[in-house]
Design a binder for this molecule. Sequence first.
Ligand SMILES: Cc1cc2nc3c(=O)[nH]c(=O)nc-3n(C[C@H](O)[C@H](O)[C@H](O)COP(=O)(O)OP(=O)(O)OC[C@H]3O[C@@H](n4cnc5c(N)ncnc54)[C@H](O)[C@@H]3O)c2cc1C
Length: 232
Amino acid sequence: MFIAGDAAHSHPPYGGYGVNTGFEDARNLIWKLAAKLQGWGNEALLESYSAERHPVFRSVSRDFIGRMIEDFRGFMARFAPERDLADFEAAWRRRAEGEDADVTQFLPHYEGSPIVFGAPGAVSGAVGVHAFTARPGHHLAPRPLPGGGEIWDHLGDGFTLLNFGAAPAAGFDAAAADLDLPFVQVHLAEAELAGAYGAEMVLVRPDTFVAWTGSEGDAAPGAILKHAIGAR
Ligand SMILES: Cc1cc2nc3c(=O)[nH]c(=O)nc-3n(C[C@H](O)[C@H](O)[C@H](O)COP(=O)(O)OP(=O)(O)OC[C@H]3O[C@@H](n4cnc5c(N)ncnc54)[C@H](O)[C@@H]3O)c2cc1C
């Protein structure tokens, strides 16, 4: 049984995280269920739903909702309109005009997931620094293509290997066929894109999160694809 949305994580309606978190639950779960039904998924892939989503919601509740409530409590203790209305209004204006750290730091990610190639010891959560580079466990950043269009226009319904190197990586196609994976390789020999994403090759999951980055030289296609679906 899998639980998603408010049934899995209800919290005070604070900060607009409810629907966001519920939609991300669904997006994380749905391709794993499809994988199982289509025959290329396994129990470990299904278990990765909780492994990926639990730390994100723990972080949302602790690092955003809980912290915001404490922050407001501190503000109301320090500035009370009934004590000094002008002081309160000035502080409120400063607060409203300031940088919204909750927006800039909100970055749900699965760096510590058992099915992505995150850094050793990485932990999944909802706090991060936004970047346009491709990072395992993070959502793929969109990017316009030199000839027009967008990189997202090229993503398949299953796994997509973005290959910005000089030649197609045939080993990935063969390994994907062995595993019966829905897979497409998008070969765009664009050094500029490799530089922008910080990788020659980027493996993108069906939920558009990055599973692996690397280059042809260090790639073991079968092992990489197996890891990305939790296959032993
Ligand atoms: C006052 C308020 C303000 C909010 N503001 C925001 C906001 O600004 N931004 C934001 O992102 N989130 C906000 N939220 C949270 C957001 O509404 C919820 O996170 C979201 O609706 C959860 O969606 P859900 O599908 O998981 O659950 P729900 O929306 O609760 O849907 C569950 C559905 O299941 C039905 N159901 C229950 N039991 C059964 C049963 N036995 N059989 C069949 N059907 C059943 C229910 O009738 C309901 O329709 C707010 C919530 C509240 C209360």
